[in-house]
Write a protein that binds this ligand. Structure first.
Ligand code: GDP
Length: 178
């Protein structure tokens, strides 16, 4: 019987960037148009990546800003992060930078599995404020994975959560080798 591994992943970012919509699309397979600010919700989903099965616990947090003090629960017992900004909001891009810095300080020297997501890419023609290249460069500087997404698109959204699971394993393996 394959071993089922448990992974706990946080979705972080400024408010209204699409954190809840991405979590919904991933777990329920649909896009919900309404906007209600989240307090904090947890979702569980079994995910198969390659030959392995994972019990993914996804925490959709209330939005953060530059001034948010991150609680210990954002660090302890967390395997990886999906940091989300909206390509239509420069401010949300600034916020993910601040969040990454704060998380990184707490992780110390340990490598931190991160997928950086530029969401609302479907609105890019009308109202883009952050270029794809800027997102890519930021993720590169962190050694993180970068994706642009639309929570309206199921496959792209699935890809985000597959990537974070792969990234957690990759970081873990590179550790045990060093
Ligand atoms: P959160 O506060 O970060 O959890 O953001 P929500 O998921 O609640 O989304 C905020 C608003 O943006 C809602 O009106 C969503 O319908 C909308 N939204 C979320 N993701 C997308 C997306 O990828 N494209 C578009 N066009 N709208 C989105």
């Amino acid at each position: 019987m394959p071993l089922v591994r448990y992974r706990k992943v946080l979705i972080l970012g400024y408010r209204a960037v699409g954190k809840t919509s991405l979590a919904h699309q991933f777990v329920e397979g649909k896009f919900v148009e309404c906007y209600e600010p989240t307090v904090e919700s947890t979702y569980n989903k079994m995910v198969v990546v390659g030959k392995d099965e994972f019990q993914l616990q996804l925490v959709d947090t209330a939005g953060q800003d530059e001034y948010t003090i991150l609680p210990h629960s954002f660090i302890i017992g967390i395997h990886g992060y999906v940091l989300v900004y909206s390509v239509t909001s420069l401010q949300s891009f600034q916020v993910v930078k601040t969040l990454h810095n704060k998380l990184y300080e707490s992780w110390g020297k340990t490598r931190m599995p991160v997928v950086l997501v530029g969401n609302k890419a479907d609105l890019s023609l009308q109202s883009r404020e952050v270029k794809t290249d800027e997102g890519k460069k930021l993720a590169e500087s962190w050694g993180a994975i970068f994706l642009e997404s639309s929570a309206k698109e199921s496959q792209v959204t699935q890809g985000i959560f597959m990537k974070i699971i792969e990234e957690i394993d990759r970081v873990d393996n590179s550790y045990s080798r060093s």
